[in-house]
Design a protein. Structure first.
Length: 250
């Protein structure tokens, strides 16, 4: 059965934050299907990839994927709980190796005081930046050159930033690929000379609280071996979930 509305996806996946985020409010180009307890959501250009996000028992999910792929094409990559993606690789010919990472989300009870900061990022404070794309780009190039979110990329809405007393931008986090029900954070970075001072935690607390107030919950993705970042997110109330992505043949 094809799902036509965001509410149908929410009901079919039992309000699973990963699937709800993948549905992106059923914006243009997104499609979704359900078969028994299996749900698959096809999202073009989501977090820089065409993604087919899945949930459910492996047999039913494999059946949905087989039906959906001829309509989607080879650019789509599977995304879902790690064990499921590994099992799908054993059932679907042409599936590439599972690439593991972590999905983390806050649920619906994030602290919403935004660290009492508001407005623009004045020196010594944080806020949503205005006209600072060039500064953000420079910071990311030095501190996080592999960042998935960069200024000007489709889906990257705005940047939170923290400035040092002298006005230098020292930490950032992006509101990127958010949807009505889930705020999504990417592009978290701290300038190398300013690490170890809690700046990443401050800017993330601000972004999480602001997005939770707007969307109800917040999520992000992080590499499994980035224990420092995972520790920061856990201290801010995020829960981890092992996931994986994989290319898939037709």
């Amino acid at each position: 059965m094809e799902l036509r509305a965001a509410e149908e996806v929410v009901a079919a996946c039992d309000d699973d934050t990963l699937l709800v985020w993948a549905a992106q409010g059923m914006r243009g180009g997104v499609r979704a299907w359900a078969l028994g307890e299996a749900v698959a959501v096809a999202s073009p250009e989501l977090n820089r990839r065409d993604r087919l996000t899945v949930r459910g028992g492996v047999a039913e999910v494999a059946a949905v994927v087989r039906l959906a792929l001829p309509e989607l094409g080879p650019s789509y990559r599977l995304l879902g709980d790690r064990e499921l993606i590994v099992e799908l690789g054993e059932r679907l010919p042409g599936t590439g190796p599972a690439r593991p990472f972590e999905w983390m989300d806050t649920g619906r009870d994030t602290d919403r005081d935004a660290d009492r900061d508001a407005g623009g990022a004045d020196p010594g404070r944080m806020g949503w930046l205005e006209g600072a794309d060039e500064e953000v780009g420079v910071l990311l190039a030095g501190a996080s050159p592999s960042s998935w979110a960069v200024p000007g990329l489709p889906g990257v809405r705005r940047w939170a930033g923290l400035r040092a007393a002298g006005g230098e931008l020292v930490a950032t986090a992006a509101d990127a690929w958010s949807c009505p029900q889930v705020g999504f954070v990417a592009g978290v970075a701290t300038a190398a000379a300013h690490r170890g001072r809690g700046y990443a935690q401050r800017v993330c607390r601000f972004a999480f609280a602001a997005l939770a107030a707007e969307h109800g919950r917040v999520a992000l993705m992080v590499d499994t071996d980035n224990r420092a970042a995972i520790g920061v997110y856990e201290r801010l109330g995020m829960r981890g979930r092992p996931v994986a992505a994989a290319t898939v043949g037709e």
